[in-house]
Design a protein around this ligand. Sequence first.
Ligand SMILES: [Zn+2]
Length: 315
Amino acid sequence: MKERSDSLTLKGLIAAQSRLSTTHPMVSTLASKQSIIEAGIGGEQRVVEVLQKYRFPFKNNIFHDLSLSSDTNFQMDHLFKTPYFGVILETKNMSGSLEFRDNPPQLIQNREDGQIKYYESPVVQLERNMELMSAWLSQRNIDLPLYGAIVLAYPKQHVEIPPPTTKILFPNLIPPFFKSLPQEGKGLDNAAFHRLSKELLTSHQTYIPKPICESYQIPVGDVLPGVRCVNCGKIGMIKLPRTWHCPSCKVNNHLAHQGTLVEWFLVVKRTITNSECREFLGVDIYTANRILNGMNLIGSGTYKDRMYKMDFRKK
Ligand SMILES: [Zn+2]
């Protein structure tokens, strides 16, 4: 029903790498960030699979990768809700042996290659999310007890020191944990339960990442311009009247500029001017004008200062 919050980041990272020279000093940084995000997506996918297979003996909804805002913005990997309670799951994907330290809160990873890494404790993240979610619910006068757990998504994770009070689960332990939670009181009635689901979905905000060049201080001039072929992925389609032509695979596509402009917004800048568009797509002023006005972008300013922005939330 909604896009993952880090899918745009991932798209930007992949596009940026293909538009930098292979010897560019930032390529390896972008590649390792890409694999961290992919591991995270893989881990959350395992949780999704377990929950999809399981039939719970009570009414429930599951929301994956939900971004809401109460006192501040917050993002939950998974929210499971029944008429009686809600559960927030925080997924972690780390190999090796893990120590959850309490004072100060910290997660220490002893990797198989001997490296030791220190992270913010997921217990702190989980507690913050539970507070923010409680606030979100009470702002709407909804009375629903909340629980939380940390899920270790990969079997190669070993917990040396667990946190003192927070539940740690492997994916297959999630359903029994949900079933063990108390179902007390009247719970939400049907109408309230569905209203809450609807409100969670409409309140969800797609996360719009900063363009890669901004996040990683990459000079715009390092980014290879040109329209990417939608068929073979090569950059360098040629503008013909009313269409684009790929010299590599010979395919024509009249909308090829659209994906390339999305790459501009994810990789280079949040905004684009007519002259930037001309340079990036390799077109003249009139074609650039027609393209920018034909893509449902948000325009601002006039004449030479006119700028366009993509509304990723509406896409
Ligand atoms: Zn091609």
